[in-house]
Design a protein around this ligand. Structure first.
Ligand code: HEC
Length: 148
Protein backbone atom coordinates (compact mmCIF):
# COMPACT_ATOMS: atom_id res chain seq x y z
CA UNK A 1 0.00 0.00 0.00
CA UNK A 2 1.59 3.28 -1.09
CA UNK A 3 1.37 6.55 0.78
CA UNK A 4 -1.09 7.83 -1.85
CA UNK A 5 -3.37 4.85 -1.36
CA UNK A 6 -3.20 5.36 2.32
CA UNK A 7 -4.18 9.03 2.11
CA UNK A 8 -7.45 7.99 0.46
CA UNK A 9 -8.45 6.51 3.78
CA UNK A 10 -10.00 9.81 4.72
CA UNK A 11 -12.59 8.09 6.79
CA UNK A 12 -10.97 7.76 10.20
CA UNK A 13 -13.00 4.65 11.06
CA UNK A 14 -11.27 2.74 8.25
CA UNK A 15 -7.91 3.79 9.66
CA UNK A 16 -8.98 2.62 13.06
CA UNK A 17 -9.92 -0.81 11.62
CA UNK A 18 -6.63 -0.92 9.72
CA UNK A 19 -4.63 -0.10 12.82
CA UNK A 20 -6.63 -2.60 14.88
CA UNK A 21 -6.03 -5.36 12.36
CA UNK A 22 -2.35 -4.54 12.31
CA UNK A 23 -2.23 -4.63 16.10
CA UNK A 24 -4.13 -7.89 16.30
CA UNK A 25 -1.74 -9.51 13.81
CA UNK A 26 1.18 -8.44 15.94
CA UNK A 27 -0.47 -9.84 19.05
CA UNK A 28 -1.12 -13.10 17.22
CA UNK A 29 2.50 -13.41 16.07
CA UNK A 30 3.88 -12.53 19.49
CA UNK A 31 1.55 -15.05 21.18
CA UNK A 32 2.52 -17.76 18.73
CA UNK A 33 6.21 -17.15 19.38
CA UNK A 34 5.66 -17.05 23.14
CA UNK A 35 3.76 -20.34 23.06
CA UNK A 36 6.49 -22.02 21.03
CA UNK A 37 9.09 -20.70 23.42
CA UNK A 38 7.28 -21.86 26.53
CA UNK A 39 6.30 -25.23 25.14
CA UNK A 40 9.92 -25.99 24.27
CA UNK A 41 10.97 -24.87 27.74
CA UNK A 42 8.35 -27.11 29.27
CA UNK A 43 9.61 -30.05 27.25
CA UNK A 44 13.18 -29.50 28.46
CA UNK A 45 12.05 -29.19 32.04
CA UNK A 46 10.05 -32.36 31.83
CA UNK A 47 13.14 -34.26 30.71
CA UNK A 48 15.20 -32.76 33.52
CA UNK A 49 12.55 -33.53 36.11
CA UNK A 50 11.77 -37.05 34.92
CA UNK A 51 14.99 -38.52 33.49
CA UNK A 52 13.35 -41.97 33.50
CA UNK A 53 10.79 -41.45 30.75
CA UNK A 54 8.07 -44.08 30.28
CA UNK A 55 10.03 -45.39 27.28
CA UNK A 56 13.08 -46.26 29.33
CA UNK A 57 11.13 -48.01 32.10
CA UNK A 58 12.33 -51.59 32.52
CA UNK A 59 9.98 -54.11 34.06
CA UNK A 60 12.05 -56.66 35.97
CA UNK A 61 9.10 -58.20 37.79
CA UNK A 62 8.45 -61.82 36.95
CA UNK A 63 12.00 -62.45 35.73
CA UNK A 64 12.93 -66.15 36.02
CA UNK A 65 15.89 -68.23 34.92
CA UNK A 66 13.87 -70.44 32.60
CA UNK A 67 11.50 -67.81 31.24
CA UNK A 68 13.88 -64.85 30.88
CA UNK A 69 17.58 -65.38 31.57
CA UNK A 70 18.19 -68.63 29.75
CA UNK A 71 16.52 -67.49 26.50
CA UNK A 72 18.73 -64.36 26.53
CA UNK A 73 21.86 -66.51 26.94
CA UNK A 74 20.69 -68.86 24.21
CA UNK A 75 20.25 -65.94 21.82
CA UNK A 76 23.25 -63.80 22.67
CA UNK A 77 25.90 -66.11 24.10
CA UNK A 78 25.55 -69.68 22.99
CA UNK A 79 26.71 -69.25 19.43
CA UNK A 80 30.09 -69.36 21.21
CA UNK A 81 29.40 -70.73 24.70
CA UNK A 82 27.39 -73.87 23.92
CA UNK A 83 29.09 -77.17 24.78
CA UNK A 84 29.79 -77.73 21.08
CA UNK A 85 31.15 -74.25 20.25
CA UNK A 86 32.91 -73.35 23.52
CA UNK A 87 36.16 -75.26 22.78
CA UNK A 88 36.71 -73.38 19.53
CA UNK A 89 34.90 -70.03 20.01
CA UNK A 90 34.15 -69.57 23.73
CA UNK A 91 37.42 -70.30 25.48
CA UNK A 92 35.88 -73.46 26.96
CA UNK A 93 33.41 -71.40 28.99
CA UNK A 94 30.15 -73.31 28.68
CA UNK A 95 26.84 -71.56 29.40
CA UNK A 96 24.43 -74.22 28.16
CA UNK A 97 22.64 -75.11 31.40
CA UNK A 98 21.83 -73.81 34.86
CA UNK A 99 24.80 -75.44 36.62
CA UNK A 100 27.34 -74.02 34.15
CA UNK A 101 25.76 -70.59 34.19
CA UNK A 102 25.50 -70.48 38.00
CA UNK A 103 29.17 -71.42 38.25
CA UNK A 104 30.14 -68.35 36.18
CA UNK A 105 27.66 -66.14 38.03
CA UNK A 106 29.20 -67.14 41.37
CA UNK A 107 32.68 -66.41 40.03
CA UNK A 108 31.52 -62.85 39.25
CA UNK A 109 32.75 -63.06 35.67
CA UNK A 110 29.26 -63.47 34.23
CA UNK A 111 27.93 -60.20 35.64
CA UNK A 112 31.26 -58.46 35.14
CA UNK A 113 31.35 -59.36 31.47
CA UNK A 114 27.75 -58.39 30.60
CA UNK A 115 28.20 -55.06 32.42
CA UNK A 116 31.41 -54.45 30.48
CA UNK A 117 33.17 -54.02 33.81
CA UNK A 118 36.78 -53.18 32.84
CA UNK A 119 38.09 -55.99 35.10
CA UNK A 120 36.45 -58.52 32.77
CA UNK A 121 36.22 -59.11 29.05
CA UNK A 122 33.02 -57.43 27.81
CA UNK A 123 30.36 -59.87 26.56
CA UNK A 124 28.88 -60.33 24.06
CA UNK A 125 32.07 -59.40 22.22
CA UNK A 126 30.21 -57.80 19.31
CA UNK A 127 28.40 -55.25 21.52
CA UNK A 128 26.80 -54.83 24.93
CA UNK A 129 23.25 -56.03 25.59
CA UNK A 130 20.67 -53.27 25.97
CA UNK A 131 20.18 -51.73 29.42
CA UNK A 132 16.86 -53.40 30.18
CA UNK A 133 18.15 -56.88 29.30
CA UNK A 134 21.12 -56.35 31.63
CA UNK A 135 18.80 -55.07 34.39
CA UNK A 136 16.66 -58.20 34.05
CA UNK A 137 19.65 -60.51 34.35
CA UNK A 138 20.98 -58.51 37.31
CA UNK A 139 17.63 -58.64 39.09
CA UNK A 140 17.80 -62.44 38.80
CA UNK A 141 21.41 -62.48 40.09
CA UNK A 142 20.39 -60.25 43.01
CA UNK A 143 17.67 -62.72 43.98
CA UNK A 144 20.47 -65.27 44.37
CA UNK A 145 20.39 -66.58 40.78
CA UNK A 146 17.82 -69.31 41.56
CA UNK A 147 16.98 -72.16 39.20
CA UNK A 148 13.40 -70.99 38.75
C1 HEC B 1 31.39 -64.41 19.38
C2 HEC B 1 31.58 -65.37 20.44
C3 HEC B 1 31.11 -65.03 21.82
C4 HEC B 1 29.87 -64.62 22.21
C5 HEC B 1 28.65 -64.35 21.35
C6 HEC B 1 29.92 -64.47 23.64
N1 HEC B 1 31.16 -64.78 24.10
FE1 HEC B 1 31.77 -64.84 26.01
N2 HEC B 1 33.65 -65.23 25.43
C7 HEC B 1 34.05 -65.46 24.14
C8 HEC B 1 35.50 -65.63 24.11
C9 HEC B 1 36.35 -65.90 22.87
C10 HEC B 1 35.94 -65.48 25.43
C11 HEC B 1 37.37 -65.53 25.94
C12 HEC B 1 37.96 -64.15 25.71
C13 HEC B 1 39.39 -64.08 26.15
O1 HEC B 1 39.76 -64.71 27.12
O2 HEC B 1 40.12 -63.32 25.50
C14 HEC B 1 34.75 -65.26 26.24
C15 HEC B 1 34.78 -65.07 27.61
C16 HEC B 1 33.65 -64.99 28.38
C17 HEC B 1 33.65 -64.92 29.81
C18 HEC B 1 34.87 -64.83 30.72
C19 HEC B 1 35.19 -63.33 30.82
C20 HEC B 1 36.30 -63.01 31.77
O3 HEC B 1 36.70 -61.82 31.80
O4 HEC B 1 36.73 -63.89 32.49
C21 HEC B 1 32.36 -64.89 30.22
C22 HEC B 1 31.83 -64.82 31.65
C23 HEC B 1 31.55 -64.88 29.03
N3 HEC B 1 32.36 -64.95 27.93
C24 HEC B 1 30.19 -64.79 29.03
C25 HEC B 1 29.46 -64.50 27.91
C26 HEC B 1 28.07 -64.13 27.94
C27 HEC B 1 27.24 -64.02 29.20
C28 HEC B 1 27.70 -63.90 26.66
C29 HEC B 1 26.37 -63.45 26.17
C30 HEC B 1 25.76 -62.32 26.84
C31 HEC B 1 28.86 -64.15 25.81
N4 HEC B 1 29.92 -64.49 26.62
C32 HEC B 1 28.86 -64.08 24.44
C33 HEC B 1 33.25 -65.53 23.03
C34 HEC B 1 31.92 -65.13 23.01
Amino acid sequence: MSKDDFSTFADSSIIVIFVKNYYLKKVAIVSALTLTFFSSCFYDNEEDLYPVSPNSYCDTSGVTFTGTVYPIIETHCNSCHSAVMAPSLGKNIVLDNYTHIKYNVDKGSFRGSIEYNPEYIGMPVEGQLDDCTIQKINSWIERGAPND
